[in-house]
Design a protein around this ligand. Structure first.
Ligand code: ARG
Length: 442
């Protein structure tokens, strides 16, 4: 029973939150006259001493005492006697654990949000430096249209900015105190839940005692935020894996983020990127695990809910690692501008520019222009050249009204420079967006 029941092996991570909650609770109990000022002082000193022992790694954790709440309360009572036994008046472990986990998640969100911003800053700095660096843009991992390296990096800034706003939303929604909901029904003691809520930095107390001890949607929402952010990082990681492959050769990662092979001396494996991609799986798993734990629970508290913690701790810890690794890789990667430019021009990537020219200059309907361009691509393919390698005569064989001016739109530089629509890849857009982000993140 002890082996399956005890949570102290992992919920000791909540010790700071547990002590903060108890301090606020004791101060409130004294304020409303449920315990004496002397008892409150003894509790405050006793909890302070426990905090110091835990910090020093000298606290005697005891599995027989089941969880963080009982471990701390038992040692407190050992140390200060009677007053320690009065601390649990007007509360239950059910509201206590709900409080501790909320406080922990709130801190985790603040740490992760700062890290997300750090990755965004790293991306923005590289984007600004590479506003003019061209690269192939892909759909289906097939060459589509040329884009700029900076534009590509700013796409991740946008994704991460939504992750950031999701984390902030989750924080705002969870910022209500369940303390004082007691076991499930509230309490007959004249407690002041507004006072403890304010002391712990909450916007106010939760409004329904049953909901307070039964709900973990804040935990599921946090896990979704982690899983979504990790999924974005994972897509970037996948691109690192592809781009560092020598057949692509788009970027080079330094030794700091690659590993060698124990047998193949030439290897530079992008292990950090692979692990970011791999670790995303466990965050998605934690989210699914949490939802699955909740889906069959009648109200209110069941011990099933003790299973909320490890997923949360693990997700936060691994997302921290992933964000740090991605920030490092972004700052570290060396794009190969010549190789990127060469790749950007391959695969008839300016075919759309040619079709657009036919529409603009000859007032040809786009569908017809698409058709003519398709035939020109086929000609170039047969000749073994790119579109600019066709002669004007060869072009005119497909469409007699084509003039020399068409060659002006067939270069990669002209292609990206023309994409000035709002949100488009033109270097001037990229520079403006990167500057905007730089200021917003300053
Ligand atoms: N360790 C428990 C948890 O994490 C604390 C709450 C226990 N409450 C109870 N009534 N058994 O959920």
């Amino acid at each position: 029973m002890q082996a399956i029941n005890a949570s102290i092996g992992f919920d000791r991570k909540l010790w700071r939150q547990d002590i903060a909650g108890s301090l606020a609770h004791a101060a409130m109990l004294a304020h409303v006259g449920i315990i004496s000022a002397a008892d409150e002082a003894a509790i405050r000193e006793g909890l302070g001493a426990i905090a110091r022992r835990i910090e020093a790694g000298e606290f005697p954790w005891d599995e027989a005492l089941e969880d963080i709440h009982m471990n701390i309360e038992a040692r407190l009572t050992e140390a200060i006697g009677e007053a320690g036994k009065r601390l649990h008046t007007g509360r239950s472990r059910n509201d206590q654990v709900a409080l501790d986990v909320r406080l922990w998640v709130r801190d985790a969100i603040d740490g992760l949000a700062g890290q997300v911003e750090d990755v965004m800053r790293a991306l923005v700095a590289r984007a600004e430096a590479h506003a003019d660096t061209v690269m192939p843009g892909f759909t289906h991992l097939q060459p589509a249209q040329p884009v700029t390296f900076g534009h590509h990096l700013l796409a991740y800034v946008e994704m991460l900015s939504r992750d950031l706003s999701r984390l902030r939303d989750a924080r705002a929604r969870l910022n209500e105190s369940p303390l004082g909901a007691a076991a499930l029904a509230g309490t007959g003691f004249p407690i002041d839940r507004h006072m403890t809520a304010a002391a712990l930095g909450f916007d106010g107390p939760t409004r329904n005692s049953l909901d307070s001890v039964a709900s973990r949607d804040f935990a599921a929402e946090f896990l979704f935020c982690c899983a979504m952010c990790a999924t974005h990082l994972s897509r970037f990681a996948e691109e690192m894996v592809i781009w560092t492959n020598p057949y692509f050769g788009f970027v080079r990662l330094s030794d700091a983020f690659t590993t060698g092979s124990s047998i193949m001396p030439q290897k530079r494996n992008p292990d950090a990127a692979e692990l970011v991609r791999g670790k995303t799986g466990r965050m998605v798993g934690a989210l699914v695990g949490m939802l699955t734990v909740l889906k069959g629970l009648a109200l209110t508290y069941f011990k099933d809910m003790q299973e909320d913690k490890e997923g949360i701790f693990d997700a936060a810890e691994n997302l921290t690692l992933c964000l740090a690794a991605v920030a490092g890789m972004v700052r570290d990667m060396q794009p190969d501008a010549a190789r990127l430019a060469q790749a950007a021009g391959a695969g008839f990537s300016t075919a759309t520019d040619l079709a657009d020219w036919l529409v603009r200059t000859l007032r040809m309907p786009f569908r017809d222009a698409h058709h003519v361009t398709g035939r020109l691509v086929a000609r170039a393919e047969a000749k073994g050249c790119d579109l600019a390698g066709l002669t004007l005569a060869e072009m005119q064989a497909e469409e007699p009204r084509i003039t020399e001016a068409v060659f002006g739109v067939l270069t990669v530089a002209a292609s990206v420079a023309s994409r000035t629509s709002y949100g488009g890849t033109a270097p001037e857009n990229v520079r403006r967006m990167a500057a905007e982000w730089r200021e917003r993140l300053a």
